[in-house]
Write a protein that binds this ligand. Structure first.
Ligand code: GLN
Ligand code: ZN
Length: 765
């Protein structure tokens, strides 16, 4: 019999119970016992869901109060010294509060201590805490949480499979904190602790342990490939069966390596990389289990069970009971409960599958392949076929006018009328800005009053007129303050937007929003990505009235504010029935109309934010260029409809810039504002070797900090920037939007920033 399992389940709960409990615990409103009880309840419920759906094994080890990578670091005893947990590590029981401090930045004394760095888990929107690695790092089994959870699941009568991040991916995700430290040099010290964990699990009666090694779908240097062989020849001798799990893509040139490692089974992603199935089948040793990740763990679409049954029939024949079926990766990346979406149109809802539906799909597919389908399985298969047929034919998805407009787009639509130097001259005449012009990134504080007005409006308690009047007041307030501060290019402040993607998605055709489709982003933070179901188009202007109003309040050039096509794509669940690039181009065309309408309404500068451009980079370097080509194309398609005198800005907030600097330049925005302040202008090193051709505003202060930046500090940063970039192409601005700050913090900070610009100008004279 084919086995059904999953790599992991969402832990937040359908009501975001985890978030609520953890935050209440932090506020001191919930005690430890109650927090632990919530954890136990969630685990029990999720295991019961898996068991009732008919999975052969439930997965233990995917639960964490904050982050599973953090929990593993703690379990391995890798707690940075500043959290002063030496005794806890030595005792083998690091406290949960210590883990929370690592995540949130506090020493045991209560003094601030830098939180562990957080970054995106591969190409997902989930963020993990980066393991900190030191040359004198020692490892020590320092938590028994995992073993306790195994006991818990067994006590509830479940057949358990444990999941754990593998040693090489844990090191791969880690960051060397000592210069010259080769992370791989720590492997020998690390393996005994993994050995100890596996031995204890074996003692507990666990048969299978899934070691996640998604680093295998990336380009691995030769010494890392060798380290896999060395590590697994040691771990392979442990008394449990090991399932080596790869996901988020194909194994590529690591395929031979992965297939050959001395473990008992291999999991592959057959959604992102269906083509690798054949090759794996050909090379898989006869003693190994193959777990095929056939159900999409990264997206919300209902699976085509009939197609999958057909596609996997040969694998079933060849492998017999050595075939396992699973979602492609952990279901952590999909929402928790589709049943609650009672406001979604039924037809549309029928096209979707969230975590519980994906459990059912996994189980039904397994039974269909085995020829032991129940009437329920056959019903599911038929319902899926019908729903998918309806989706393929739906006129709300396929709108010929969108396709034909896209077909008519040519190279000229991606080009501004003139080259940057000509545009710059036209813009100088039109905008009359001083040297070192000052501006901000778009948003001003989202105050409690703004949020409550929006809530009242959405709940129908505040009329549209009243709501819009309130927002105009906010805009007037923001413009007046910017005038008083002396900013050269004001913004309207974005009070009408709660989220930079949702605001536009709600006004575009082709987007759908769920009520409860939450996905964990990091720690207690969840996001609710929109779903792009169909062809995207713009029924009418989205921002023009607000920008026009803001412009009417000042003589200074008001900067219009849009979210770029790549970010609109990247932060949504994207339809899987056409290339992502096609969807992105549709969004670009819709935005292009908005850009042109803004220009026609008298807006002379328009910013198109692309904070997600870099994170869209594929996991394999060989695929970067193709992605960057279409991403750049989309930005240019959105921004090129305007005349020379209209200034296009873009904004990105991250500091690893060097590897994509050519693509950033190819966007051909007149001005780019970027994050630099935290890295002390280190980012500008990229400009040493690459002459960035257009204007740039290197963020001079970190908006994530409540501290008021000093004038001298900002002047010094800009002087550093001026060593790399001609002064006539430099702007002065914060490094990101100000919506999370309070006005009391923003005003003195901007006053200092404007003063810094004045000093810089006076030095020019
Ligand atoms: N214009 C947006 C803001 O200021 C940009 C946000 C972002 O970069 N993520 O809030
Ligand atoms: Zn930003």
């Amino acid at each position: 019999m084919t086995k059904a399992h999953i790599a992991g389940y969402p832990r937040i709960g359908a009501d975001r119970e985890l978030k609520r409990a953890v935050e209440a615990y932090w506020r001191g409103e919930l005690d430890r016992e109650a927090l632990e009880a919530t954890g136990r309840e969630l685990r029990a419920r999720h295991w019961a869901d898996q068991c009732q759906a008919g999975l052969d094994l439930v997965t233990v080890g995917d639960f964490a109060f904050y982050d599973q990578v953090l929990d593993l670091s703690v379990t391995l005893g890798a707690v940075p010294a500043r959290f002063d947990a030496g005794d806890e590590v030595a005792r083998g029981e690091v406290d949960l509060d210590t883990a929370f401090r690592m995540a949130r930045g506090r020493a045991p004394s209560g003094e601030p201590a830098a939180a562990c760095e957080m970054t995106k888990y591969f190409d997902t929107n989930y963020h993990y805490l980066v393991p900190e690695l030191h040359a004198d790092q020692t490892f020590h089994l320092a938590s028994s949480r995992l073993f306790d959870q195994v006991e818990e699941a067994r006590a509830q009568g479940h057949a358990v499979k444990v999941t754990l991040l593998g040693p090489l991916t844990w090191l791969w995700l880690g960051k060397a904190r000592d210069a010259g430290l080769d992370r791989l040099s720590l492997l020998d010290a690390l393996l005994p602790v993994y050995g100890e964990i596996l031995a204890r699990l074996a003692e507990q009666g666990v048969e299978w342990v899934q070691l996640d090694e998604p680093a295998l779908v990336q380009d691995l240097p030769h010494d890392w490939q060798q380290a896999y062989e060395a590590a697994y020849s040691v771990l392979g001798r442990s008394p449990v069966k090991l399932l080596l799990a790869s996901y988020f893509g194909g194994l590529g040139d690591n395929l031979g390596l992965a297939v050959g490692l001395p473990v008992d089974g291999l999991h592959i992603d057959a959604v992102r990389a269906p083509e690798q199935l054949e090759a794996v089948l050909d090379r898989l040793p006869a003693y190994k289990v193959l777990s095929v990740g056939a159900i999409d763990g990264r997206n919300v679409w209902r699976a085509d069970l009939a197609l999958l049954r057909e596609g996997l029939a040969a694998a079933r024949m060849r492998l017999g009971k050595r075939l396992w079926i699973a979602p492609s990766c952990s279901l952590l990346h999909v929402p928790v409960d589709l049943e609650r979406e009672t406001e979604l149109e039924p037809a549309l809802k029928g096209w979707l599958a969230f975590a519980p539906q994906k459990l059912d799909e996994t189980v039904s597919l397994t039974r269909l392949l085995d020829g032991r389908a129940t009437p329920e399985d056959r019903e599911r298969l038929e319902a899926a076929t019908l729903a998918l047929q309806a989706r393929r034919e739906s006129t709300r998805i396929h709108r010929p006018e969108v396709a034909s407009r896209l077909a008519g787009v040519g190279p000229a639509d991606h080009e501004r009328r003139s080259a940057y130097p000509v545009r710059a001259a036209a813009q100088r005449r039109a905008l009359k800005l001083p040297p070192f012009p000052t501006t901000t990134i778009g948003s001003f504080p989202q105050t409690a009053e703004i949020r409550s007005a929006r809530r009242a409006f959405k709940a129908g308690e505040l009329s549209r007129e009243a709501y819009e009047a309130r927002m105009r007041e906010e805009i007037a307030h923001a413009v007046a303050r910017q005038e008083a501060l002396g900013l050269d290019m004001p913004v309207h402040g974005e009070p009408e937007r709660n989220d930079m993607v949702e605001y536009f998605g709600e006004q575009l055709e082709g987007y759908v929003f769920t009520r409860y489709g939450w996905v964990q982003s990091y720690g207690s933070r969840c996001v609710k990505p929109p779903v792009i179901v169909g062809d995207v188009s713009r029924p009418g202007p989205m921002t023009v009235a607000w920008s026009e109003y803001a412009q009417s309040l000042t003589d200074k050039p008001m900067k219009g504010m849009l979210t770029g096509p790549v970010t609109m794509l990247q932060w949504s669940f994207v339809r899987d029935d056409q290339p992502r690039e096609t969807t992105c181009r549709q969004i670009a065309l819709a935005l292009r109309d908005e850009v042109c309408d803004l220009e026609a309404a008298g807006i002379r500068a328009i910013q198109i934010d692309e904070p997600a451009l870099r994170e869209g980079l594929p996991l394999r370097a060989s695929e970067w260029q193709a992605y960057l080509d279409w991403a750049v194309d989309c930005f240019r398609l959105a921004s090129s409809g305007v005349g020379d005198a209209t200034q296009i800005h873009t904004h990105m907030c991250y500091s690893e810039f060097n590897d994509i600097i050519a693509a950033i330049a190819a966007l051909d925005a007149d001005v780019i504002t970027i994050e630099t302040s935290r890295s002390n202008m280190e980012l500008l090193d990229a400009f040493q070797d690459f002459a960035y051709p257009n204007e740039i505003g290197p963020g001079v202060y970190d908006i994530h900090s409540p501290n008021v930046p000093e004038v001298d500090w900002m002047v010094a940063l800009m002087e550093k920037a001026a060593e790399r970039i001609p002064v006539e192409r430099l702007w002065v601005n914060p490094d990101c939007g100000l919506k999370t700050r309070r006005w009391e913090e923003v005003e003195p900070a901007l006053a200092n920033m404007v003063e810094a610009a004045r000093r810089l100008r006076s030095r020019l004279a």
